[in-house]
Design a protein around this ligand. Sequence first.
Ligand code: GRF
Length: 194
Amino acid sequence: MVKLIGDKKIKIAVFISGKGSNLENLLRHSFKKKSQFKIKLIISNNPSAEGLKFAKKYKINKKIINYNKIKESEKNILDKLNKCQIKLICLAGYMKILSDNFIKKFNGKIINIHPSLLPKYKGLNTHQRVIENRENFSGCTVHYVNKKLDSGKIILQKKVKILTTDTIDKLKKRILKQEHLLYPKAIKKVLTNL
Ligand code: GRF
């Protein structure tokens, strides 16, 4: 159980590659008085990730990682994480796969949000595949990150009904809304077990 002494909040890092709607949502949460965490660092492998604008907007430390050499890149990330005393990594649309070595170093302290009801539809293009397969439900999952893609222990999930009128975009939007509700709840759950 994490005890908050005075104003001491758990420092987390959010890793992004794209739009960053989950990042902004988590930032907004973190500013609430009752929040147990604060976002100290934003990491992106993509220098033109739209979500990087939130680093500027909310004055959060950011680091862009050039993935030319994975070992070196991950070492740079680890250095930065240590410097910022990061206790939990939240992946939010991060499009790079972290090495086993990196995961080992942050064992049990990396979580990810995925837009499907895992273990179904791991990987990319989930909404498209779900619609093509005429599923009745999809949803989103927050899970721990382990060596296997989208396969770590599930923390929380939310089911979303698929409508006959759904397109990829419509479904994506509805699921994203649920992601924004689910991720902060999952972090809260994780922090109590950290
Ligand atoms: C989300 O759908 C998330 O589940 C997936 O990537 C997307 C990121 O969206 N891993 P955003 O960048 O947070 O808007």
